[in-house]
Write a protein that binds this ligand. Sequence first.
Ligand code: SDX
Length: 444
Amino acid sequence: MQESTQGESKTAQLIIDGTTYELPIVVGSENERGIDIRNLRSATGCITLDPGYGNTGACTSDITFLNGEKGILRHRGYAIEDLCEQGTFLETAYLLIYGDLPDETQNEEFVTDITRHTLIHENLRHVFQGFPLKAHPMAIISSMVCSLSAFYQESYDWGDTQNTDITIRRLIAKLPTIAAFAFKKSCGQPFIYPDNSLRYSANLLKMLFGVPCESYEADPDEAAALDQLLILHADHEQNCSTSTVRLVGSSRANLYAAISAAISALWGPLHGGANQAVLEMLQRIHDDGSKVEKYVELAKDKDADFRLMGFGHRVYKNFDPRARIIKKTCDRILEKMGVSDPLLDIAMELEEAALRDEYFVERKLYPNVDFYSGILYRALGIPTEMFTVMFAIGRLPGWIAQWREMILAPDMRIGRPRQIYNGPVARPFVPLAKRGPCPARSAG
Ligand code: SDX
């Protein structure tokens, strides 16, 4: 933590019922300031109220810095643009989890470890047969990741031990295998086992698109584009699914269980599920004659229950830097493939229409990471219902890093938010024979 700079208050004053309370102001390494309220209730009897936690810091963290106004995203001080242009996804994973970029020896050990743990237990492979054909892959990967804890019970050993390190490697190694098996199941094709001669993203593409009856080699540019997409999704400070990992992990549940919960949180269309929702929205606009203006107007109509998916962000009130990078890669890959995607044309028209519309400008609703990622996944041949699964593979190292930071924190304690109760006050029990209909039900 920094000291407050000259002229800046070191404390905040709160006056309740004529009493003045001094609350310390903490300052982060990027000069973000927070009022430390950890003793507020014991000192004042009051709690704070902040639905959706838009103004509440759950922790301090050294992992990711976002500046929503300037569109800055850095991991342990490294700009996302540099990591995308010069690094690999596994280097970024190592950086997030262990605090700095690995040297050549560390990187080779990490990559080799992960390569050697990509298989899943054959008993677990059989579990896939129990799912219905059209099971959503997010339901499958969430269940399968939690099931890993049944096979590796040393992961119940709490704390940063050797068991934690092998659990971290197993998760990063096995999630792509589980994801690819879920996809193969959905299209009735044989599972393609991992190939240890391939690097992470090329191996994932082979498990997704390879078939036993012919050889498959991922296009290097496509493997590089996928690696970049995974880097872009790797971490994003205390978003919904990361906060889920921290909360579940704070009860000392094992890491597999915490990651399974995060996958479920990510599934929501307001969060990671938005990338699938963006493609479905673009397809709907396309099928409706590409009337972009109609849908911009619909998104402004509060009664329409329609949002421009892929637009807006709780933190970014300027461009999401990840959207910029993805759009450039999109253009490059589509040009290389000689593919012109009508949905990309609609996406660009939609972006242009929204960004000149007062409603969006006033609310600072810009394209976020999910707006273009689906176009790129589609260009790589990945089906829409697998988009959020790809997001989960990318976000996994960030979830792990945040969980590890939490378990190592000296002040770590179980997460337990408070509330302001607003229900009925004390009242006598009414015997069944004397009760009227429950008002809530009759109103239903
Ligand atoms: C991710 O947190 C993260 O970091 C998430 C993420 C990560 O990497 O982990 O970045 C990944 O989840 C990106 C966001 C993906 N979701 C979407 O694209 C879904 C569409 N976007 C929205 O639903 C919304 O913008 C959120 C959920 C992203 C943010 O919601 P907020 O901050 O709670 O904002 P809000 O819902 O209070 O909206 C503020 C206003 C409202 O209008 P008014 O009440 O002021 O009249 O903006 C409007 C909203 O109706 N609004 C939109 C809109 N998003 C917000 N109106 C139309 N279309 C939209 N997309």
